[in-house]
Design a binder for this molecule. Structure first.
Ligand SMILES: [Fe+2]
Length: 447
């Protein structure tokens, strides 16, 4: 696992051959009459053929058998995967979840796919507009099962336990504090090594991009070279008992059997690939004088909508950093937002909530639902001496922020049994500090 190789760079045109088969990529063309090593050529299109070059995504895979060699797909048990946003009535309250419980391997073996639980979401899969947030809770490797999503891209945030991900493009090891993106249609299978938990942001019909930097300049935030793409790796493995390919299609799960491992791509080239990123590499920019930059300054990746500046979803992190702002209430400000904010915690303690917001749990502040620091945080930060201080050391909180107004699933509100009924109480002790008698003439100094 220590020797895994990657190609650095975000969204590049790459080419990779398994070193066991040098020259496996055809030279000068994509579709020779006969491919080197007698492989099959297969294109995977991640954008319409006619997209402008800046958004055109496709890869060519050279494989032992084409993906079409499978028995028919049949509907399988959905488990807790859903795209029904009307399961329960809307709930505008601040919602917070205790850490989602991982099933014990000794009681029930659950892999990544059977451990998918949809928490909330919005939009419509069939018109390619929307998103879903899933929690994965598993304890077993997928073995002779792989998964692909016809509906959208998965941004996977492991929180507990590392993921060894086999993809058609090669292998990736993704540990907590790293993330990976597996785009629409890419087949993958995940090995886990312990009771494992994490978060998934699924976006329909769009791909993640690096945010524009504007006046920040050419460098900063997530730098393109820190994104890592796997290198070609294949197995020519017959599976007589049957290999199962699971497909999420229009929100439902289907399975098909085939006789071989799908990880039979000997070489590939293109710009449509899975990738991973270590959150430690995020170059944090923030206020060095007074007041707050808005949290968009912490955006790692964005999935844009067709409206300028409005995301279907942003992936935002709150990394360790210095707090230096003078004459400023330094914790996050009180806020009401037209966007919906789901937060999760990979490790540590989030600065605005020291109490019950725990690693592996989450919170949702929906469109225009007020939120902000709890009473304890407000009192402390209002009196704190404003010396430079470290913030969030040992911590990584993140946000999935969406312009869509998300519905919570029945699992999220009820069957997970993780909803914290007392969340609203963290703001109850906030009291008025209003002192009308302390009014001073402006010239006497700033109040
Ligand atoms: Fe907010």
């Amino acid at each position: 696992l220590c020797h895994m190789q990657y190609i650095p760079g975000f969204g590049n045109e790459c080419a990779s051959e398994d070193p066991r088969c040098p020259g496996a990529l055809p030279e000068g063309q994509n579709n020779p009459q006969v491919c080197p090593y007698n492989l099959y050529a297969e294109q995977l299109s991640g954008s319409a053929f006619t997209c402008p070059r800046s958004t055109n995504k496709r890869s060519w895979l050279y494989r032992i058998l084409p993906s079409v060699c499978h028995k028919p797909f049949e509907s399988i048990d959905q488990g807790h995967v859903t795209h029904n946003w009307d399961e329960v009535d809307p709930d505008p309250n601040q919602l917070r979840w205790k850490p989602f419980e991982i099933p014990k391997a000794s009681q029930k073996k659950v892999d990544f796919v059977s451990g998918l639980h949809t928490l909330c979401g919005a939009g419509d899969i069939r018109s390619n507009n929307g998103l879903a947030i899933h929690i994965f809770l598993c304890n077993t490797s997928m073995g002779n099962r792989c998964f692909y999503n016809s509906d959208g891209d998965f941004l996977i945030v492991p929180q507990k336990g590392k993921l060894l991900i086999y993809t058609e493009f090669g292998k990736m090891l993704v540990q907590p504090n790293e993330i990976c993106v597996i785009q629409r249609g890419m087949r993958f299978s995940i090995d886990v090594f312990e009771e494992t938990r994490g978060y998934i942001l699924e976006v329909y019909g769009v791909h993640f991009e690096l945010p524009d930097l504007g006046p920040i300049g050419a460098n900063g935030l997530a730098n393109p070279r820190d994104f890592l793409i796997p290198v070609a790796w294949y197995e020519d493995r017959q599976v007589p008992g049957g290999y199962t390919v699971i497909n999420k299609y229009q929100g439902k799960l289907f399975a098909a059997k085939q006789n071989v491992s799908p990880f039979n791509v000997v070489a590939w080239h293109g710009n449509y690939t899975p990738y991973k990123y270590n959150l430690e590499n995020f170059m944090v920019i923030n206020s060095v004088a007074f007041d707050h930059a808005d949290p968009s300054i912490f955006t790692v990746l964005t999935a844009k909508s067709v409206r300028p500046g409005v995301a279907v979803a942003d992936f935002v992190i709150f990394p360790p950093r210095w707090g230096v702002a003078d004459k400023t209430f330094r914790p996050p400000y009180y806020h009401r937002n037209c966007m919906s904010e789901f937060m999760g915690l990979i490790k540590g303690h989030y600065e605005a909530k020291q109490g019950e917001f725990l690693p592996g749990g989450g919170s949702l502040h929906s469109s225009m639902t007020p939120h902000g620091p709890d009473a304890d945080c407000f009192e402390k930060a209002s009196k704190a001496k404003l010396a430079p201080e470290r913030i969030a050391d040992g911590t990584m909180a993140f946000m999935f922020e969406s312009s869509l107004s998300m519905a919570v699933t029945k699992w999220g509100l009820k069957s997970s049994s993780c909803l914290d009924e007392n969340y609203y109480k963290c703001w109850e002790p906030l009291k008025s500090h209003f002192t009308p008698d302390s009014r001073k003439p402006r010239s006497a100094g700033k109040g």
